[in-house]
Design a protein. Sequence first.
Lengths: 440, 464
Amino acid sequence: MANIVIMPKQGLQMKEGTIMKWLVKEGDKAVEGKPLFEMETDKLTIVIDSTFTGVMLKIIKGEGEVVPITQPIAVIGEAGEDISDLTDELGGDGNKETEVEIKADDLKKEDKVKKQEPGTTVNKDSDRIFISPRAKKLASEYNIEIQNIQGTGPNGRIMEKDVVDAKNNSPKITATARKMADDLGIDEKDIKGKGRRIYTRDVARMANSSQDVTKSDERVIPITSMRKVVAERMCQSQREMAQTNHKIKVDASELVRIREANKKQGIKTSYNDIIVKMVSKGLMEFPMMNSSWTEEGIVQKEYVNMGIAVAIENGLIVPVIKDADLLSIEQIRDKSSELIEKAQSGGLESMDYTGGTFTISNLGMFDIDEFVAIINPPEAGILAVGKMEYVPVVKNKTDIEIKPIIKLTLSYDHRIVDGADAAKFLSRVKQLIENPYLAL
Amino acid sequence: MYDIAVIGGGPGGYTAAILAAKKGKKVVVIEKDNLGGTCLNWGCIPTKALVHSANIFSELKEAEEFGVKIAGAEIDWTQAQKKKDEVVFNLTSGVGGLLKQNKVDVISGEAEIIGRNKIQVKTSDGNKEISAEFIIIATGSEAIMPPIPGIETDGVVTSKEALSFDDIPEKLLVIGGGIIGSEMGYIYNSLGSEVTVIEMLPKILGNMDEDCSSTLKSKLEEKGIKTLLDSKVLSFEKNGKEIEVKYEKNGEKYTAIADKVLVSIGRKPSLKGVSEIGLKTDRAGIDVDEYLKTNIDNIYAIGDVTGKIQLAHVASHQGITAVKNILGETEKMDYSVVPSCIYTNPEMASVGLTEKEAREKHKNNIKVSVFPYLYNGKSLTIGNTEGFIKMISESKYNQIIGIHIVGPCATEMIAEATMAIKLECTAEEIAGIIHAHPSLTEAFMESAAGIDEEAIHAVSTLKV
């Protein structure tokens, strides 16, 4: 004679329990007093022992199902015993109970129901998934995760129809493509087929785009050691420093004047050479901008080794003008053109590009108005110089003059330098560029 | 001004025209001969009509075994021809009707493309000029007649003429053991001709799967068809009513005597009327991209004239693809899954990779299952147990990559095979599909099951 296992009442307040795990599967032996299933109430998780000895003939309520107390959840009896009468009585696959459950759920979740649009509930985020037994069985048969099924029943309960819909709407995939996707560890759901069916070519395309880049319209460029150094230093810079920046406009009339004057004497000077001189002077006055953050402390340098960022083929290098603060504009010009030439011909020696204390990067020749440069570690700042442009400038509130203007952007390491100090330094640089004789 | 002008009314051309018309385009088809092209008039269809006559006649000889006595069965060649012509007439006029119903204009005449959008048509009442936004070239192909001395001899013919011999030749010599040669050889052999096939290569049906072509060769030889391989024809010469054919085999010269000689060594693209406008062509035919577009933007080419795969069903599909691309879709032509059929007895049909191709492509990581018809119940009931179904899968996923059938109904069974390969079926998937009993298709299922050594009605089908 078969016995019906019911959802036991554990404690006075308990109205329903969730079956977490069946410890005895259908066809296995259940022993009185031995663990039968794990369940969860709103208060506790508990292992329930069997009250019968026999063979588990039928599990009526599957794992994850919420069952009101005293409702049948399983049938235990003798092996091979015909329990069709019993299950008929219980309503076949449990449809009858489903009705009951729904009612119970309705009561419990009444306020929630009002907020939910019927038919749009996806069960993803809720802890509990409400699903009819028949739907659950079907879902496992179709191998569809119930989290992904849209429930259209009350409270977003997943009904049989929903599982069928989910199956029909899931992308069709050829048998070989499915095996291939499994093999490559690609989730079918991520694959986009061109038509309604996913073929191996779709899986292969997916694999290509996610795993290697040897597609015909892409090519792999080996990473050169210079690229590696640039990449590492740029990442280190962004990772370790608290970088921020200030911008300022500078009247470059004096730069133009000096350059023209030198030209008349047959001396070629670049604006950048003059800027190097002015910034070096500024750095000597604001030593915090000319320092490095180290574990021992902030190392201030009493000399300026000025780095000049130079674009070369497939990379970037920053040769350093040593003791720039001590050099005249002419000496800076000589040193700088020598270094740039070496950089472009690949003739730099390591001493030529190490030991910098600050860097100037000028993209004016590329018609760039202004830009923000990344600090070259372990320095504390970098000055980005934009192009010189003649623009109308309002003087004395009413007069308009045409002036050559350069935009400077100072990136600085806020760990070392605060905003106000950086601002003072930058305005000093502006002042020096606008009045170069101050530095000469 | 037409939206689309199609030159050639064969299976490629008329299919393209009808689809374009269904999509609301104004379409004209220009055909210099009969609608239906080579396939309907002088190829697939009339051959199959004659094959059917041959099949009935062959089967009558075996009828007695099944308790049917037929006395005095004989061939009425005139009637066979009449029936064949009737079938052809039915189908070609059917094509005409379809074109008319779809409001496609048909102009009878020879076309010449004279500009990007201009075609001149020589009709019986003078030259007509038509213009069209797009042009689809579907001019087909013609039999190659090699420059062998005496090729112009009376009685040395192409397949077109071989379908309408006045009498069944006593001795027929077939030059070229390809599909056309094999089918024609089979027809006339069944109808009583003494047939010899001369093939230059060391095997007949060179592109087909080796097991299949060698099986078919021995079956045809059993029926009395003589096959001369590695043999090169040197000359033809008329000698009274007969034709003397000189050929060379292994350096020795021989002479064969025939009433008729069929030359079936291949077909070349028909480029007449399309060669003057700067279209890019190569030896195979008009150069087209994957979308069937030629080097001229608004001109497409389909069918035999593109020299891809010379089959009517490929031409039709190319026609559909070309029209879709003209209509703004971007659909590539896929030639990887194309069934091909040989209508002899036994029949042969093939789709996907041959065993040799599969071994090369998958570096020998393949499984080959061969299920003989002999173990199939239905085959026994119809008294036709010759042949086998050969299924090839790659070993990694068990994906079916080639299916080759020799035996009864091969040309019908290949449809399931084509679908299986197109839909990337695995062996176990085919084996898991219930096939009706008793039917020949059970053999198909069993050959798939055999990939995993699970064929029920055979000890093992795996080829080692």
